[in-house]
Design a binder for this molecule. Structure first.
Ligand SMILES: Cc1cc2nc3c(=O)[nH]c(=O)nc-3n(C[C@H](O)[C@H](O)[C@H](O)COP(=O)(O)OP(=O)(O)OC[C@H]3O[C@@H](n4cnc5c(N)ncnc54)[C@H](O)[C@@H]3O)c2cc1C
Length: 429
């Protein structure tokens, strides 16, 4: 390929495809390089995709996109050995377009997103890995891929959490296990009617269900279940560094989660059709690399743009928004004919203005707060023990809530510690 592109986008995940789409729509010569056989082939997530921003790009996209179900019900559970305490939220607003979020299977959804970039005029090269950057002095001037040198005015690294390109450009250091979570996930096939009966759903309604508790063996993290049309996505996401320290296998935690009496009945007679594992950049602002340099921008997971608060995990929408912001920056740079870092700094301003950097700033203490082991053991145990007392008639006078709390917390957590933890929650969330 001797052609010089306006932009080369590395990776056809949500960040890369929406970056490529925005560039090509504006008439820029755009190449998207994806190492997978097809977009989505190597990708996985939970996953619930938050839709409003995509609706701005493709009005009513759910009518044509391969989404599974719109998420009507959100459930959150605390699990201890043998008990579970749950809270569920649903609102009629979630039923109405533009839907808040959808369950999505990436092999289908990423292909659709990349197709949009191709329709807009981007060239998508699949099965091609970017191996290195080309340099013109201190400015990035293209990539090396498949033995070829491909020149471009600018490179946008949307190559995911392990971003080799951000590292080669000197924009980020080696990743540290403390900054990463490992997700392992299974897709369990079940008949549509069985899913709808078990989860009390009908039509296109879906559920997103997150859990914390003893199944992660004090390792910061949790479990998830998302209902698809004819399958369930079930997995656990856990802190990589603690996993390694404790020499625990993430898959064993997933098995523990699946066996829990509050979870197992939902999976009964399901057929395992897919298993996958992937890292998540979960340390928020702490791990954010420099977002731009001379001739290069970094977007999505490659830039660590994922929000993890313990109640929500938002990465795909952050990737979409940052990919578009990177493209808008390149379009403005092309008008100026200046692809230097001085010109590309407006990418940072764009992210500052939209919700991405504001959210990461607002919840910057959440990653540290989520390392608290009491969240995964002591507190679920206290909550479940209190619930057991509240819902049990023992033929003797009942205790007040404060007394129940004191009894359940005894030998687990001191009152002073509870107050300190509540204070930490206030700061983090
Ligand atoms: C278990 C789990 C659950 C999750 N759940 C959710 C959820 O419910 N909701 C949510 O919003 N987010 C969720 N996420 C996070 C979400 O998946 C990511 O934030 C999102 O996919 C980031 O998109 P991206 O385009 O930046 O990167 P990716 O989706 O990782 O895409 C990167 C692409 O680059 C390609 N690539 C990498 N290197 C090269 C190279 N050198 N050359 C060519 N191509 C390359 C890859 O093959 C890939 O296609 C979850 C993640 C995991 C692991």
């Amino acid at each position: 390929m001797g052609q010089r592109f306006d932009a080369i986008v590395i990776g056809a995940g949500p960040a890369g495809s929406m970056c490529g789409y925005t560039l090509a729509k504006e008439g820029l010569e755009t190449l998207i390089v994806e190492r997978g056989k097809f977009p989505g082939a190597k990708n996985m997530w939970g996953g619930a995709y938050y839709g409003p921003f995509l609706h701005e790009l493709f009005s009513d996209f759910w009518d044509e996109a391969p989404v599974e179900r719109y998420i009507l019900r959100r459930k959150f559970s605390l699990l201890t050995k043998g008990s579970s305490l749950s809270m569920e939220f649903s609102t009629q607003k979630f039923r109405e377009p533009p839907y808040n979020s959808f369950s999505v299977l990436r092999a289908k959804f990423d292909r659709w997103l990349a197709g949009k970039a191709e329709q807009a005029g981007a060239i998508l090269a699949t099965g091609l890995q970017a191996d290195d950057l080309l340099w013109d002095g201190t400015k990035v001037s293209g990539i090396k891929a498949g033995g070829d040198e491909i020149p471009a005015n600018v490179v946008v690294a949307c190559d995911g959490v392990n971003s080799l390109m951000a590292e080669k450009a000197g924009l980020r250091q080696n990743l540290s296990p403390e900054h990463l979570k490992l997700g392992v996930k299974e897709i369990i096939q079940l008949p549509r009617e069985t899913i709808e009966q078990r989860f009390f759903l009908s039509g296109e309604e879906g559920m997103a269900w997150e859990s914390l508790g003893s199944f992660t063996q004090d390792i910061p993290g949790g479990g998830f279940i998302y209902t698809n049309k004819e399958s369930l996505s079930i997995g656990v996401v856990v802190q990589l560094s603690t996993l390694a320290e404790k020499k625990v296998k993430a898959n064993d935690l997933l098995e523990e989660f699946k066996k829990h009496p509050g979870i197992a009945p939902y999976l009964k007679d399901g057929k395992l059709v897919e298993y996958s594992a992937h890292l998540i950049p979960s340390a928020g602002k702490t791990m954010m690399p420099a977002l731009y340099g001379d001739g290069i921008l970094v977007a999505g997971d490659a830039a660590g743009l994922v929000l993890v608060t313990g109640l929500a995990l938002e990465g795909a929408n952050f990737a979409t928004v940052s990919g578009v912001a990177a493209a808008e920056t390149v379009i403005a740079a092309k008008k100026r004919g200046d692809f230097s870092a001085r010109s590309l700094v407006s990418y940072q301003h764009r992210l500052d203005k939209n919700f991405i950097l504001k959210d990461l700033e607002m919840f910057k203490k959440a990653p540290h707060f989520l390392e608290n082991p009491r969240l995964y053991n002591a507190y679920p145990q206290i909550a479940c023990e209190m619930a057991a007392k509240i819902f049990t008639s023992e033929g003797k006078p009942k205790e007040k809530m404060v007394t129940l709390l004191k009894q359940a917390a005894k030998d687990r957590v001191s009152f002073l510690q509870i107050i300190k933890d509540l204070w930490q929650i206030k700061g983090a969330l």
